[in-house]
Write a new protein. Structure first.
Length: 275
């Protein structure tokens, strides 16, 4: 139990990758703060961790709002006494568009959650970590933070590249306070968001054509990478992008533009039919 006695905030942890991270950190002994915009959405994950014998609380917060983030950190410290690990996991994808068609409102919303949110959370925990003279900040980006998104659109890609830039700067700025800052970049991960936004046929196509290891990641596998970076074993690792992608970025791939554009057109048609 490498994280015994540590306290971790995991944003966007009521489901999906965040849930996987929270359960792995709890398994390793960390006290975990489960976060979503609605506290009730966190109940199942809190119950799951408590059933494992772990300690967990739920704190509602919209990470794009500074007052919510301040409250999230204050409640964490009030309950557990410290914040040792911050995992900036909360993120969204939206309706896919080609760049020429992307609505300004969607760009603003994606940037607010995916990029402003991690900045506000970092800003809120840094003073506490500096006082402790140690801390771990781990961002969850995407392979879209290294190359580009196959599943999302240009706003998603740019937001994840921004997270990588935030990491690089903070890793340098906070090193003398023994605070490490790293970013995990998942490839294809089987989550409710992934399943809602793609068909099984599309996912199978991506696996067969792009992922050398032959399958998508499980949510707990992203948690294992985060757990390592949060542990004392990673004391000398900071400012790094770690792809957990089954070799996707190492492969040659192929031109998926016709397939992606067809998917965008199909999703837009379905969206228009609903509205």
């Amino acid at each position: 139990m490498e994280l015994q006695g540590k306290t971790a905030i995991i944003t966007g942890s009521a489901r999906g990758i965040g849930e996987g991270i929270a359960t792995v950190l709890a398994r390793e002994g960390a006290n975990v703060v489960i976060n979503s915009r609605k506290e009730a959405d966190c109940a199942l994950v809190v119950d799951k961790i408590e059933a494992m014998g772990g300690q967990a609380i739920a704190v509602a917060a919209d990470v794009s709002k500074k007052s919510d983030v301040t409250n999230l950190v204050e409640k964490t410290i009030q309950h557990f006494g410290s914040v040792d690990i911050l995992v900036n996991n909360a993120g969204i994808e939206s309706q896919p568009y080609l760049a020429k068609d992307l609505p300004e409102e969607q760009w603003d919303r994606v940037m607010a959650i995916n990029l402003k949110g991690p900045f506000l959370c970092c800003q809120a925990v840094i003073p506490h970590m500096i006082r402790q003279n140690k801390g771990r900040i781990i961002n969850i980006a995407s392979t879209a933070g290294i190359r580009m998104s196959f599943f999302g659109t240009v706003d998603y890609t740019v937001s994840k590249h921004g997270v990588a830039g935030l990491m690089q700067h903070l890793a340098w700025e906070l090193a003398d306070a023994h605070i490490t800052v790293n970013t995990v970049c998942p490839g294809g991960v089987v989550t409710p968001l992934m399943e809602a936004g793609t068909t099984p046929e599309y996912r199978d196509m991506v696996v067969k054509r792009l992922i050398p290891l032959g399958r998508m990641c499980a949510i707990e596998e992203i948690g294992e990478a985060v757990s390592f970076l949060a542990s004392d074993r990673a004391d000398m690792i900071t400012g790094q992008l770690l792809a957990v992608d089954g070799g996707l970025l190492a492969g040659f791939g192929e031109d998926l533009r016709p397939i992606v554009r067809k998917r965008m057109a199909d999703m837009q048609a379905a969206h228009d039919a609903k509205h």
